[in-house]
Design a protein around this ligand. Structure first.
Ligand code: HEC
Ligand code: HEC
Length: 229
């Protein structure tokens, strides 16, 4: 049968086409809008990954003050109380001379040890009393295997760059880094039980230079920077 024989059918077809066109036009609008929306989402991601260290309200850039503060921070980071949990290998260190931990407990995937040799078998939530007993903290562990946060052997420049690198610092933003200095595990560095030398700065001094370092731009010292004793 020929279409012209059925005018009603032609009309229906026309109607369907108009609806179809209308639909296509709407569809285009939706597509354009969603493309714009994804762009905005993508852009905000791009901004977000940069933001941690470029928050203009808080950061007053001053490379000289920043580097000076970091050199003080570095002395604490490299002290046995911090270094012993930030080793280059997968076994924690012990003592003021940072020797390998006796019985060689291993880092493990999450930093809490392997199999039956878990850190918290021996390291309790608080310090055990007496000499040569395990210091304690509820979070006692090494950093995890996929984010080792090594301090041992790092120059001031390397360590500053590492800590300021969102991809290597445990995905910490500027604000989270500031917060981290207030973490109980960091604070524990000044309360490590009998017979262990505290870090070279007091805890409030450390917090002050840490904040200054970050809030003046988190600059890394030059290649040849050596901390003053
Ligand atoms: C018992 C082990 C332990 C001790 C002791 C310790 N840390 Fe850590 N530290 C960790 C763990 C685990 C992480 C990762 C977990 C996290 O990010 O909160 C970490 C993460 C960090 C980070 C973030 C890493 C980075 O590259 O930004 C800093 C900074 C840090 N510690 C500083 C210190 C300082 C300063 C001390 C000494 C006063 C100290 N730590 C002592 C276990 C320890
Ligand atoms: C079998 C028990 C035991 C296990 C398991 C154990 N430790 Fe220890 N740890 C000790 C003892 C005991 C000391 C104190 C040694 C001393 O002072 O002579 C100590 C000391 C340390 C110190 C030195 C603190 C300082 O500032 O000098 C660190 C760091 C440490 N342990 C980390 C860990 C981590 C991380 C784990 C898990 C991966 C772990 N330990 C597992 C018993 C243990």
């Amino acid at each position: 049968m020929n279409q012209s024989d059925r005018p009603d059918l032609v009309q229906t077809k026309l109607n369907t086409m108009t609806v179809h066109n209308l639909f296509l036009r709407r569809f285009k609008v939706v597509m354009v809008l969603s493309a714009m929306f994804s762009m905005i989402v993508l852009m905000s991601f791009a901004i977000n990954t940069n933001r941690p260290f470029s928050d203009p309200e808080k950061v007053k850039k001053d490379s000289v003050a920043s580097v000076k503060a970091f050199m003080e921070v570095y002395k604490v980071l490299m002290s046995a109380r911090c270094l012993n949990c930030h080793p280059a290998g997968d076994i924690p260190l012990q003592g003021d001379d940072s020797h390998l931990h006796t019985m060689f407990p291993q880092r493990g995937k999450d930093g809490h040890g392997v199999y039956a040799m878990k850190c918290n078998n021996c390291h309790q939530p608080t310090n055990a009393p007496g000499l040569n007993t395990p210091p304690g903290n509820p979070k006692w562990a090494l950093p995890p295997a996929d984010m080792k946060m090594v301090f041992e052997g790092r120059t001031p420049r390397q360590l500053a760059q590492q800590i300021m690198d969102y991809k290597r610092n445990g995905h910490k933003t500027r604000a989270q880094l500031i917060e981290h200095a207030r973490d109980t595990l960091v604070k524990a560095g000044w309360n490590m039980g009998e017979g262990r030398k505290p870090p070279p700065l007091t805890y409030p001094e450390f917090v002050e230079v840490w904040d200054t370092w970050i809030n003046t731009g988190g600059y890394a010292p030059g290649n040849n920077a050596v901390p003053k004793k």
